[in-house]
Design a binder for this molecule. Structure first.
Ligand SMILES: Cc1cc2nc3c(=O)[nH]c(=O)nc-3n(C[C@H](O)[C@H](O)[C@H](O)COP(=O)(O)OP(=O)(O)OC[C@H]3O[C@@H](n4cnc5c(N)ncnc54)[C@H](O)[C@@H]3O)c2cc1C
Length: 402
């Protein structure tokens, strides 16, 4: 086993760190306050190649491996969760699903402009009445000649007001006995007649991001926009989540690091009872837990990234990373506030934003309850991963950069 990061990994890490520190740090508090993405942030991430970081050059990406994707998400969320959320939906849930399941024509048409950062992608699974229980969704897509006609509403959708394409999952085959085989996935452009959308305001966290609703009312899409076969929508969504959860878990590792760094700095500056608070053992205990969770989370992130590079199925390991790191990031942010005392309770310091941002990740891309059910299911032998018709392509440096 070799845990050394390559020169390329470290160059990308530095590029993203410089971007967040120079361009995002000065504006993030205000963006969070006014509940709006910093102006031009997605376009800038596109220019820097971040939005296509782990996608092959021939599809408009940068040709780096999947570990690089994890490192990028760690850096982005160390600054603000909203940046990593954009990666989760645009790269993890949408673009990587196109890479895995798309035809060559779909990759040229939809993946390429997304990887180049010219178009943004989002992922539409959750509905007003259905979140964890995906197979119960109400959205439908009816075949009509060479088209499908889509009806339904998606809720809590990241980049709702920003993205150009949504990967939309809908019921196409209600006659099939198993509801999981009734769903199909489609790429829907948001400028099609019948698509309406908007942002939700008043969220606890990720306030510098766009989260909203998207409605399809008799929206016609050509059959060539269907990703995979009819009935593969559930599998496509779940394999997309294997990638989205990797980005969420990796980002949470970055949030633990940010909480740790803020805590160490403050513990060295603030004095109580005649010495700096870092000298008090109970403060040390909190910091030591952040160190532990950062290291554990990072090891899991590297392992999952490595598994993806090798083309190994990683649903179990990705779920574990996501569950562990998001819970741990919430604990780290909470303890960081404690270490900052009353100052941590105000927006003078970043740690209160870290706590609000960390909370959402325990809900989206599988609540922690769903991940516990998954882990117990694997351990008890109730759950096995079936083979997929299309697996996520293994990382091949020659093919990716050619
Ligand atoms: C900031 C944010 C961004 C999001 N972005 C997207 C996006 O881009 N695309 C998208 O499709 N969705 C998105 N979501 C939605 C998210 O994926 C869902 O909120 C999540 O899947 C949970 O669904 P739910 O909220 O409907 O909760 P429910 O499924 O209604 O669950 C409610 C509670 O019941 C528990 N529960 C449910 N079933 C069980 C069970 N079997 N056993 C034990 N407990 C159970 C849950 O764990 C939870 O605590 C986003 C959400 C947020 C907050």
């Amino acid at each position: 086993m070799d845990f050394t990061l390559s020169e390329e990994h470290m160059q990308v890490q530095k590029m993203v760190r410089d971007f967040t520190r120079k361009e995002i740090a000065p504006v993030i508090k205000e963006a969070d306050r006014v509940q709006s993405m910093p102006a031009g942030v997605l376009e800038r991430m596109g220019e820097l190649g971040i939005l296509g970081i782990c996608l092959p050059v021939k599809y408009g990406g940068q040709g780096y491996d999947y570990i690089t994707l994890g490192l990028v998400c760690e850096e982005l969320e160390a600054m603000d969760t909203s940046l990593r959320v954009a990666m989760s939906v645009h790269v993890g849930l949408n673009s990587m699903a196109l890479l895995q399941w798309g035809t060559e024509e779909q990759k040229q048409k939809f993946l390429k402009p997304q990887a180049q950062g010219k178009k943004f992608g989002m992922f539409g699974l959750t509905e007003p009445g259905v979140g964890s229980d995906v197979a119960n969704m109400a959205s439908t897509a009816r075949r009509d000649g060479d088209d499908y006609v889509i009806n339904g509403e998606k809720m809590w959708i990241s980049l709702a007001s920003k993205a150009h394409h949504i990967l939309w999952v809908a019921r196409t085959n209600p006659e099939r006995p198993d509801p999981h085989d009734q769903l199909s996935a489609f790429v829907v452009e948001t400028d099609r007649p019948g698509v309406t959308r908007g942002d939700i305001h008043g969220k606890l966290g990720v306030r510098a991001g766009s989260t909203g609703w998207v409605n399809c009312s008799d929206v016609r899409v050509p059959a060539s926009h269907r990703l995979g076969e009819e009935g593969e929508g559930f599998k496509i969504a779940m394999s997309g989540l294997d990638n989205g959860r990797y980005t969420v878990g990796s980002g949470a590792v970055g949030l633990i690091r940010a909480s740790l760094e803020a805590s160490v700095k403050y513990a060295g500056e603030r004095k109580a009872f005649g010495r700096e608070i870092g000298k008090h053992q109970l403060v040390q205990q909190k910091i030591s837990r952040m160190v532990r969770d950062y290291e554990y989370g990072r090891l899991m992130m590297l392992k999952v990234g490595w598994m993806k590079n090798q083309g190994l199925r990683n649903t179990r390991e990705t779920s574990l990373l996501k569950w562990f790191a998001t819970d741990a990031s919430f604990d780290a942010a909470n303890e960081a506030i404690q270490i900052h005392g009353a100052y941590g309770y105000s927006d003078e310091y970043d740690v209160e934003r870290y706590l609000r941002n960390a909370r959402g990740a325990i809900i989206y891309e599988g609540t922690s309850e769903i991940h516990q059910l998954m882990q117990a299911g694997y351990a008890l032998g109730y759950r096995q991963d079936g083979e997929l018709r299309c697996e996520l392509p293994k990382y091949d440096p020659v093919a990716w950069q050619g």
